[in-house]
Ligand binder design. Structure first.
Ligand SMILES: O=c1ccn([C@H]2C[C@H](O)[C@@H](COP(=O)(O)OP(=O)(O)OP(=O)(O)O)O2)c(=O)[nH]1
Ligand SMILES: [Mg+2]
Length: 157
């Protein structure tokens, strides 16, 4: 049974590339541990590139890891993650990879080996037993979605 004191959980990790750091939290209380690219890349304007991180993990059952973008890269260079947040299943033992997207329409983005490109958030997850039903219980929202509650102007009115 892995150690879990309610705020930290032990996660086994393999480094697949010499010189790659163990993912680390920049500050106490941070939710995301930074992941680096192990390769130099240039992402063309509006292009995408999948980069390796040199890290493989074994999560305990009942957990998943989510690969989130970094705000600084997004705000300064327009770099995000295509499938944000990427889902790392508890049973996945392969290298964690990050599919980066350069949203800028004119400027390429160059990233160097060792640059922090994403952050890994470890979370407990529930698995559902899906129970088929002919009729679902009523609710206040009902089937309204996709902006049915109005935009910000409607909310102010
Ligand atoms: O950003 C990501 C997302 C996923 N993965 C790995 C871990 C995950 O367990 C596996 C599969 O991811 P996902 O289920 O999102 O992809 P899929 O296209 O459904 O592939 P699969 O058919 O293998 O489930 O790929 C990453 O390394 N990085
Ligand atoms: Mg899948």
């Amino acid at each position: 049974m892995p150690h879990d004191d309610g705020s930290t959980v032990d996660v086994l990790l393999r480094l697949l590339d010499d010189g790659v750091p163990v993912p680390s939290y920049a500050h106490p209380g941070d939710a995301g541990a930074d992941l680096v690219t192990t390769v130099d890349v240039e992402i063309p304007p509006q292009g995408r590139v999948t980069v390796p991180t040199g890290v493989a993990i074994a999560l305990p059952d009942g957990y998943a890891a989510f690969v989130h973008p970094r705000s600084g890269l997004a705000a300064k260079h327009g770099v995000t993650i295509v499938n944000a947040p990427g889902t790392v299943d508890a049973g996945y033992r392969g290298e964690i990879k990050v599919t980066l997207l350069n949203t800028d329409v004119s400027e390429p983005v160059r990233l160097s080996r060792g640059d922090r490109v994403a952050q890994l958030v470890i979370q407990r997850v529930e698995r559902a037993r899906f129970l088929q039903a002919e009729v679902l219980p009523g609710s206040h929202r009902g089937d309204g979605g996709f902006g049915s509650s109005g935009g910000w102007a409607a909310a102010r009115a």
